[in-house]
Every structure is written in structure tokens, then in C-alpha cells.
Design a protein around this ligand. Structure first.
Ligand SMILES: Nc1nc2c(ncn2[C@@H]2O[C@H](COP(=O)(O)OP(=O)(O)OP(=O)(O)O)[C@@H](O)[C@H]2O)c(=O)[nH]1
Ligand SMILES: [Mg+2]
Length: 481
């Protein structure tokens, strides 16, 4: 009864009309994504790997129909370095942050063994930066400037022969880190038939060396056909130019030669259009996605595994991040303790070794000291002996001296009387000539005056000889002559 009365009330009420502002449904989700992406803008990073002067900058200018900063590299670089440059481009209402990374000095060194290293390092650094941002507690990936390389354009020299070993080694090192699209540069310098053979040769060499290049995706129906046909055209043979040349009644980008004009956008002249289509119009988003889901994921997985993180334990049971962290912490602490113990033991051993060395040195010093002491005592004893001998000698000398003085005094007294008597006689005496003309008697007188013991000599010369003996003998008294 209550129910029927309620129904009557509802049916009598005026019906409410809902006017819709537009289409209602979740099929509008893609539109929301589009508008969000447009607001956010896009970023795209291109790495150009190729020898100096192979046409990297020119191709970039041609691709984006603009003139980027262009600084010619010299051929005298000591090594390879990477030069990234970022530009903000706008097409309609879509903003693109484009980064072009140039390999400066690539292929210019005599030893090219390490040429790939700076490139690999650069790519890894960009992955690492992204990973660090991801691991932050307060991360802002929304406005993070993603510098991870989305595409590597590998410029092959148009030799018409085969790939250089530098090309193979570099591409092999990069293929797990970046999407590689090989291109034959300056394709206007190679004939059509040669180019065809060259392309086949390059592809077979890449396959035989296991180099994985980027394949345009064929899983999306909308692009399956075009992408699979383009995969067959790899590597693209390109020509770059921003010069406008009049062909027919319109201006086209071309390279003009005395024998004709090579049109950049003419598909029968080169593959530039194919490259531009594949790279920018059809597969740009896939390149970005592949970079994130394939290359970055690989890097992240290896890095986290290196750090000790894993998804499952040895029994294939899920292993949480917390458990990994705890296990790692324990491992780290026990490692630290072990190292501490090792260091302590090492320190104790070192102290013991030093102590033993010091003791040995002390013992050696003591021995040396004892030896020196003995030597010193011996020296002292010898000197003492010498001193005693000298004293004895001096005493003997003094005794002799006293005896000599007494004798001298006595002889002087005995001489004084005969001397006076002989004085006159001496004046008259006939001179006894000798070698010098001095008489023997006068020599005796001279000696007497000199208070020297009289000599029993026959000539003056003999007397001189005796004087010399006297001087040398111990009886000689200083100052007598
Ligand atoms: N024949 C021919 N010449 C080209 C082509 N592209 C560029 N060049 C010429 O090659 C020379 C070097 O070109 P760049 O674009 O500066 O070469 P790059 O690789 O950027 O040189 P670096 O940055 O110095 O290593 C210039 O004289 C260009 O005109 C091309 O497709 N064909
Ligand atoms: Mg350049």
C-alpha cells in the first residue's frame, strides 16, 4: 500500500532533464592524454656517432629544417668526447626539447681501441641519472629533463667496401644500450649499383657479427606495412643539405654539382625521406618507449642486481625490498666487523714487529757501546804507559844535563889560565894555513869563548866536525854558539 502511494508521488513529479555538454564515455581518455602530453611537451635525444666531417651536423640541420649551432671538430683530438646540445623546438602547438649529442674526434686517433668507451659511458651516465631520480623519496619525474638517448644514428662512410672494424666494435658495444639506426652518409658519392651491393654487405656483416640494430616495429597494425618495408631498406643512404636549388619551378633542398643536382627529398636520389618518416613521423614514440622499456630496464636490472637487490630468494619465494635491505645491512655489518678485526690484528702484528726491531737495535747499540768502552780503556792504558816512559826519559835527561853543566863549569875554570899565557904567543905565532885560512889555535880559542868543551883536534875542519857532533849530542846547550 505504501509502495503504490510512493509510486504515485514520483509519477506525479515533474521529470528532471539532464543536458549533456558533450560526448560521455571513457573513450575520451586518449584525448585527455593527448592534451596532457601537449601541455607537458616532449623530449627526444639523438646521438650522432660518426667520423669527423662525415656530415652529422648537416644531416641534423636537414632533418629538423633549421640551422643548429655548428662547430667544426678538428682532426687532432687526443680522444673522443661527447658534446650534447639542447634546443627547444615548436611545431604547431607541440613543444619538443631536442638534444643532439655529437661524438667529437671519433675515428681520429691512431689507436681507436678505446673510441667506443666515452660513448658507452655517456649513455650509462644518462641512465644512472634517471635511476637516481627514480630512487629519490621525493622524485619529480614529471618535469625531469630526461637525457637518455632515444636513437643512435651511426654514420657509415660511403666506401662501397665493407664496415670498418671501428664501426663493428662500436655498434656491438652499443646495441644493448641504445636503438641503433645505421645510415650511409654522403650517399651522393656512391653509384646506385655500388650502393645496393654496399647495403647488402653491411647488413650481412652486422648479422654475422651479432650486432642488433633497431627494427621498426611491426606489431601495430597501423604501421606494420610501412615499417616492414622500411626495415628492408636499412641502412638508409642519406644526403644532407640545407641549400635550396631551383628544380623545375620549385625550390628544393639539394646539392648542386657540375654534372647535376642531388635532391635530398627525392626518393630516387637517396633515402633521406625514408629516414625522416621513420624517425620523426612514424616511430618517434616507439623509440622513446623502447629506450625506457628495453634499454633502461636492462640497465636498471643490472644495477639493482649489482647492488644486491633481487625479486626472489634462492627458493624462488618473493623477496621484498625490506628483506633485501636487511640482508644487505647484516652482510655489510659483518663485513665491516671482519675488516675491523683484520685491521686490529694487522695493527697488533705491526706493533710487535716494530717492538722486536727496536729491541734488536737497542742490543746492537749496547754492544757497540761496550766495544767502544773497551777500546777507550785500552787507549787510556797505552797513553798512561807512554806518559810514564816519557817521565822516566825526562828524569834521565835532567840528570844528564846537570852532570854536563857541572863538567862544563869545571873545564872552563881549567882553561882560563893557559889562555891568558898564550895570548901574546898567539899574536906572534906563524899562521898555520888551512883551507879557510883560520889557525887551529884560534879555533880552540873561539871554542873556549863559546864555552864549549875543548876539543882535541888537529885542524880547524876537524874541529868543525866535532862541533857538529857536539851539537847533536845531549850535552849541547841551546844558545851556546
Ligand atoms: N657530398 C656530400 N657532402 C656532404 C654531405 N653532408 C655534408 N657534407 C659536407 O661535408 C662537410 C662536413 O659536414 P658536417 O655536417 O660539418 O660534418 P660533421 O660530421 O658534422 O663534422 P664535425 O662536426 O666537424 O665532425 C661539409 O662540407 C658538408 O657540406 C652529403 O650528404 N654529401
Ligand atoms: Mg658537426
Amino acid at each position: 500500500c505504501e509502495y503504490t502511494s510512493l509510486m504515485r508521488i514520483f509519477t506525479n513529479e515533474e521529470k528532471r532533464n539532464l543536458n549533456l555538454g558533450g560526448h560521455v564515455g571513457f573513450d575520451s581518455l586518449p584525448d585527455q592524454l593527448v592534451s596532457k602530453s601537449i601541455t607537458q611537451g616532449f623530449c627526444f635525444n639523438i646521438l650522432c656517432v660518426g667520423e669527423t666531417g662525415i656530415g652529422k651536423s648537416m644531416l641534423m640541420n636537414t632533418l629538423f629544417n633549421t640551422t643548429f649551432e655548428n662547430e667544426e671538430a678538428s682532426h687532432y683530438q687526443n680522444g673522443v668526447y661527447l658534446r650534447p646540445r639542447t634546443y627547444d623546438l615548436q611545431e604547431s602547438n607541440v613543444n619538443l626539447k631536442l638534444t643532439i649529442v655529437d661524438t667529437v674526434g671519433f675515428g681520429d686517433q691512431v689507436n681507436k681501441e678505446e673510441s667506443y668507451k666515452p660513448i658507452v659511458d655517456y649513455i650509462d651516465t644518462q641512465f644512472e641519472n634517471y635511476l637516481q631520480e627514480e630512487l629519490k623519496i621525493k622524485r619529480s619525474l614529471f618535469n625531469y629533463h630526461d637525457t637518455r638517448i632515444h636513437i643512435c644514428l651511426y654514420f657509415i662512410a660511403p666506401t662501397g667496401h665493407s664496415l670498418k672494424s671501428l664501426d663493428l666494435v662500436t655498434m656491438k658495444k652499443l646495441d644493448s644500450k641504445v636503438n641503433i639506426i645505421p645510415i650511409i652518409a654522403k650517399a651522393d658519392t656512391i653509384s646506385k649499383s655500388e650502393l645496393h651491393k654496399f647495403k647488402i654487405k653491411i647488413m650481412s656483416e652486422l648479422v654475422s657479427n651479432g650486432v642488433q640494430i633497431y627494427q621498426f616495429p611491426t606489431d601495430d597494425e597501423a604501421v606494420t606495412e610501412i615499417n616492414s618495408s622500411m626495415n628492408a631498406h636499412l641502412p638508409f643512404a642519406v644526403v644532407g643539405s640545407i641549400e635550396e636549388v631551383k628544380v623545375g619551378n620549385k625550390m628544393v633542398k639539394a646539392r648542386q654539382y657540375p654534372w647535376g643536382v642531388v635532391q635530398v627529398e627525392n626518393e630516387s636520389h637517396c633515402d633521406f625521406v625514408k629516414l625522416r618518416e621513420m624517425l620523426i613521423r612514424v616511430n618517434m614514440e616507439d623509440l622513446r618507449e623502447q629506450t625506457h622499456t628495453r634499454h633502461y630496464e636492462l640497465y636498471r636490472r643490472c644495477k639493482l642486481e649489482e647492488m644486491g637487490f633481487k625479486d626472489t630468494d634462492p627458493d624462488s619465494q618473493p623477496f621484498s625490498l625490506q628483506e633485501t635491505y636487511e640482508a644487505k645491512r647484516k652482510e655489510f655489518l659483518s663485513d665491516l666487523q671482519r675488516k675491523e678485526e683484520e685491521m686490529r690484528q694487522m695493527f697488533v702484528n705491526k706493533v710487535k714487529e716494530t717492538e722486536a726491531e727496536l729491541k734488536e737495535k737497542e742490543r746492537e747499540l749496547h754492544e757497540k757501546f761496550e766495544q767502544l768502552k773497551r777500546m777507550h780503556q785500552e787507549e787510556k792504558r797505552k797513553i798512561e804507559e807512554k806518559r810514564r816512559d816519557l817521565e822516566e826519559e825526562m828524569n834521565a835527561f835532567n840528570r844528564k844535563k846537570v852532570a854536563a853543566e857541572t863538567l862544563q863549569a869545571q873545564s872552563l875554570q881549567g882553561l882560563q889560565q893557559p889562555l891568558r899565557k898564550d895570548k901574546d904567543k898567539k899574536n906572534r905565532s906563524v899562521k898555520t894555513e888551512n883551507q879557510s885560512g883560520v889557525s887551529l889555535s884560534s879555533s880552540r880559542v873561539m871554542m873556549a869563548k863559546a864555552s864549549v868543551e875543548p876539543l882535541n883536534c888537529d885542524s880547524w875542519w876537524q874541529a868543525m866536525q866535532c862541533c857538529t857532533c857536539l851539537i847533536q849530542s845531549a850535552v849541547w846547550k841551546k844558545g851556546s854558539v
